[in-house]
Ligand binder design. Structure first.
Ligand code: NOJ
Length: 558
């Protein structure tokens, strides 16, 4: 195992431009105390595993004190760690230990809303209508004779109305669950508090933040209804709460905070926007450093479509000088092994596809090829925990075990995101697969499939051909390859003709991904550095051509 030790004084202010960032969903990563819930002690014990995998940074989903109405995205206190996960002292130790292993740390910050158990919201409820405490949120009287109707027709992202009524008759806005009241960003106190939260974590050595629902904090103060002519999918323009121009002021102020550190901190945005220009505006030099590429995540497994998304991504990022990002899975979407094994490979989150026939062997083959594609494209890459084991989406979770507000607020019509959040399998032949210690008093918070016995770290560890072996080799090769640290990129060949993605990075490095149904002969005189699966004709002696089979990728040097 190669572990990079950080040398004192060694600094790289631009690490976020090419970093491979591994997403740690703490609740499902490793449970050290046996309560069936992952925790910081579990993560600390596995830091050598993560460093050995070869990633550069870890992004933690919210680890703050929270009633967990939305898995921690309902923050009750941004300066405390949820007791189920551990303590602030443990978080500080984790940051130090990760740094010693050469791993950067990114924490999630949620600016749009807090928990209904946050001190501010509790105070607002007590203080009543017209109080300064209510000004920090969006409290309004209702419509109708007795105010019995919500102030407007906005819908929650999780389904149902975006307003909930409190006992004194006022309503408050929540674009997500009712337990997640939206903050009122026109209020200086809100701005100051969130900037102070940034400093709190930056002062503890955190290297960057992932900004949750980053397009949503600014609202049209008139709170206009969409009206009968506007569906949620065809909103009025400008949108009353998505991507309003005012939102950029928040991130410009945050950039000033991030840049005030000796080693500047990175801002990484969750920016779901269809318009590439509006998207890129968040990446201007005085705003965020990077944002997740959801167009790529939602792109079907199709050479031409992927090539268009890559082109559009690079074209959108170039004018603002920001690095592109490549991401296929996270805690909100169906795992890509499953997506790529279905007839319809598009759309990260598609509840309608729940239970669709899935060829997991095909999905795994494509996911392996996709890894070599992601890691060869210019920019930074995000990996979601468990993808290095080839984990698939777990469909068969009993209703009573489900936890996602999507499920509850849709009355079960939307199956929600629990299927990609199932605890990791580490070792052994049956659940909890080493996720919890032997003799744990509780089962994992979501049930693991028995078939994951073949996908534990222990089972894959020694086999270089396993998914885990491929991730390790690919990450090491990426780090060792100077062409992949640069920005040079050029397509070779036409995908519409061949169904193949074929591109060059720098001098002599080439990546080929075969999305066609036929074998593709590999050019003579170039040697395969790494392939996502077996090549045809390999090792069959001189004079025999080598071919790239369907749904396979290769890195070549020549
Ligand atoms: C985006 C997060 O990724 C998701 O998990 C969460 O439910 C919403 N934002 C609300 O915070």
């Amino acid at each position: 195992m190669t572990v990079r030790t950080r040398i004192a004084g060694d600094r790289d202010d631009r690490w976020w431009r090419t970093a491979v960032i591994y997403q740690v969903y703490v609740r499902s990563f490793a449970d050290a105390d046996g309560d069936g819930i992952g925790d910081l002690a579990g993560v600390r014990a596995k830091l050598p595993y993560l460093a050995g995998l070869g990633v550069d940074a870890l992004w933690f989903n919210p680890w703050y004190a929270s009633p967990m109405a939305d898995a921690g995205y309902d923050v009750a206190d941004y300066r405390r760690i949820d007791p189920a996960f551990g303590t602030l002292a443990e978080a500080e130790a984790l940051i130090t230990e990760a740094h010693e292993l050469g791993l950067k740390i990114i924490v999630d910050v949620v600016p749009n809303h807090v928990s209904d158990q946050h001190a501010w919201f509790k105070e607002a409820l007590e203080a009543g209508p017209g109080s300064a405490a209510r000004e920090l949120f969006w409290f309004r009287p209702g419509r109708g004779e007795d105010g019995e109707l919500p102030p407007n027709d906005w819908r929650s992202e999780f389904g149902g109305p975006a307003w909930t009524r409190v006992p004194d008759g006022e309503w408050y806005l929540h674009l997500f669950a009712a337990e997640q009241p939206d903050l009122h960003w026109n209020n200086a106190k809100v701005r100051e508090e969130l900037e102070s939260v940034l400093r709190f974590w930056f002062d503890r050595g955190v290297d960057g933040v992932r900004i949750d629902s980053a397009t949503m904090p600014a609202k049209d103060p008139a709170l206009p209804s969409f009206g009968p002519t506007h569906a949620q999918s065809a909103p009025p323009t400008p949108h009353p709460f998505v991507d309003r121009d005012e939102v950029h002021g928040i991130y410009r102020a945050w950039r000033t905070v991030a840049d005030s550190y000796d080693e500047p901190r990175a801002l990484i945005g969750e920016v779901w926007l269809a318009d590439p220009h509006r998207f890129a505006a968040y990446l201007r030099p005085d705003e965020m450093h990077a944002a997740f590429n959801f167009d790529y995540l939602n792109c079907p497994w199709d050479a031409q479509r992927l090539r268009s998304v890559v082109d559009a991504t690079l074209a959108a990022h170039a004018p603002v000088g920001a690095p592109a990002t490549w991401v296929l899975s996270n805690h909100d979407v169906t795992r890509h092994v499953t997506r790529y094994g279905r007839a319809d490979t598009a759309m990260g989150r598609s509840p309608a596809q729940h239970g669709a026939p899935t060829d997991l062997a095909l999905g795994t083959r494509r996911a392996r090829a996709a890894l070599l594609l992601n890691l060869a494209l210019p920019g930074s890459c995000y990996l979601y925990q468990g993808e290095e084991l080839g984990l698939w989406e777990v469909d068969e979770i009993p209703d009573e075990a489900r936890q996602d507000p999507f499920f509850f607020r849709s009355g079960g019509a939307d199956i929600g995101r629990d299927g990609c959040r199932v605890p990791l399998p580490w070792s052994g032949g049956r659940p909890p697969f080493g996720f919890s210690p032997d003799g744990a008093q509780a089962a994992p918070w979501l049930p693991q499939p028995d078939a994951w016995s073949a996908l534990t770290v222990e089972a894959l560890d020694a086999d270089p051909a396993s998914v885990l072996g491929l991730y390790r080799r690919a990450l090491a090769a990426r780090r060792a390859e100077p062409a992949l640290q640069g920005e040079e990129f050029a397509w070779l060949g036409e995908p519409e003709v061949t169904g193949v993605l074929n591109f060059r990075r720098g001098e002599g490095f080439r990546c080929l991904v075969n999305l066609s149904a036929q074998d593709i002969p590999l050019p003579e005189g170039e040697s395969a550095l790494l392939a996502s699966g077996p090549l045809e004709g390999e090792g069959e002696g001189e004079g025999r051509g080598v071919a790239l089979p369907p749904d396979t990728a290769v890195w070549l040097r020549g």
